[in-house]
Design a protein around this ligand. Structure first.
Ligand SMILES: Cc1cc2nc3c(=O)[nH]c(=O)nc-3n(C[C@H](O)[C@H](O)[C@H](O)COP(=O)(O)OP(=O)(O)OC[C@H]3O[C@@H](n4cnc5c(N)ncnc54)[C@H](O)[C@@H]3O)c2cc1C
Length: 357
């Protein structure tokens, strides 16, 4: 056997896992058809939070944020995270806050006055309540992936950049891990993954201090350097049969969607002008949660991160490395097994199908 583990994909997940396996003393080959972080990792919004509606994802997010906050290479910034909801979602939101608190997440339910106190830039029309996590915030996914990739190589992992894996059985490895992001279906077509368009905009001036994922107007906003902010205005998404069908940048009509959403939700939203934007793809599963586990003999998948994988990556890597090295993982990953779809044992989604939990 040439190597213990061959990893397909040097994005966030492949790179995080390569480090974790190399630290376990395992021999690793890390393949990428392009370069590290060249996939959706380099297009990510950079937001971290632990607000979820099922236990395994809360545990992974909480542990992931702890690891990111303790790793200077992640550029973690503790801005706080808020998720405002309309009356119809108040109970679901309160239940998620309680779930988080029961698992040790610093989380509370705010009324609209408290929402305005946390982020004075917001207009609170239509907001009945909000979940608030002071430890939520931002990281720099591209930077940390490059740093993890470099650490993996320094620890002995063999980089195979510019090599596209087309046949998993041809890899001479004890186990193969597919961490190929939106390209996963080319290698593992049985995993139910739908690719959906997601557009990110940079605007200015918009002075905000907190990451806010507003479920009422469907806009997500985060602070950036100076008077800049990033925004995602959710629209009915286009789907793709293959990741390479997605365009690089949003079409012009997206500028209006962003402008309308910011005008509704932010006091000075009408002054914010378009700077630029980019397009990515959410790789969503039927229950908007990842598949992590063996999909057949010798082939392991970390796939279908459903647009919210960022903060989960270091915790998933830690657990998968333990499993492949033959130890008990610190968090039980069985709820994320591939067979849950066939078994009808899907994970709970408080707000219906979306990356929001
Ligand atoms: C626009 C956008 C915003 C997001 N914002 C957030 C956020 O704010 N918070 C959050 O938690 N999550 C967010 N996410 C999700 C998160 O960023 C992703 O889940 C994560 O970056 C995916 O990492 P990955 O390693 O699975 O995939 P990728 O980064 O896409 O990496 C896959 C790699 O595999 C390589 N590859 C593919 N096929 C092959 C092959 N056959 N052979 C060799 N190499 C191959 C590719 O070249 C690529 O480098 C966002 C996602 C998008 C698209």
């Amino acid at each position: 056997m040439r190597t213990d583990v061959a990893i397909v994909g040097a994005g966030l997940f492949g790179s995080a896992l390569a480090v974790a396996l190399a630290r376990e003393g395992m021999r690793v080959e890390l393949y990428d058809k392009a370069t590290p972080a060249s996939g959706d990792t380099g297009r990510s919004f950079g937001m971290v939070r632990a607000h979820y509606s099922n236990e395994v994802t809360v545990r992974l997010a909480k542990r992931g944020i702890e690891l990111l906050a303790g790793d200077r290479r992640s550029a973690y910034v503790r801005t706080g995270y808020m998720l405002p909801v309309a009356e119809r979602d108040r109970e679901a939101c309160a239940r998620n806050v309680e779930l988080g608190r029961s698992l040790g997440v610093d989380s509370r339910l705010l009324d609209p006055d408290q929402v305005a106190a946390v982020e004075p830039a917001l207009l609170t029309d239509g907001i009945a309540a909000a979940a608030h996590e002071p430890d939520g915030g931002l990281v720099d996914p591209g930077r940390m992936t490059l740093a993890w990739f470099a650490e993996a190589v320094a620890l002995g992992a063999e980089p195979r950049l510019g090599e596209e894996v087309t046949d998993l059985d041809a890899l001479d490895a004890g186990a193969v891990v597919v961490a190929a992001g939106g390209w996963t279906s080319r290698l593992l077509p049985d995993i139910p993954i739908a690719l959906r368009r997601i557009d990110v905009a940079r605007v200015r001036p918009l002075r905000v201090s907190t990451v806010v994922s507003d479920t009422v107007t469907n806009v997500v906003v985060r602070p950036a350097v100076g008077d800049m902010a990033w925004a995602v205005a959710y629209r009915e998404p286009e789907g793709y049969a293959d990741r390479d069908e997605a365009p690089e940048v949003p079409e012009d009509s997206y500028r209006d969607s962003v402008a309308r959403a910011l005008l509704k939700r932010y006091r000075h939203g009408g002054e914010a002008e378009w700077v630029d934007g980019w397009t990515g793809a959410y790789d969503s599963t039927p229950d908007w949660n990842p598949v992590v586990g063996f999909v057949r003999d010798g082939v392991y998948a970390i796939a279908g991160l459903s647009g919210h994988g960022l903060k989960l990556a270091p915790a998933i890597a830690e657990c998968v490395a333990a499993e492949l090295a033959g130890h008990e993982p610190p968090i039980d990953l069985r709820p994320l097994r591939f067979s849950r779809f066939a078994e009808g044992d899907l994970l709970h989604l408080a707000y219906g199908p979306s990356a929001r939990a």
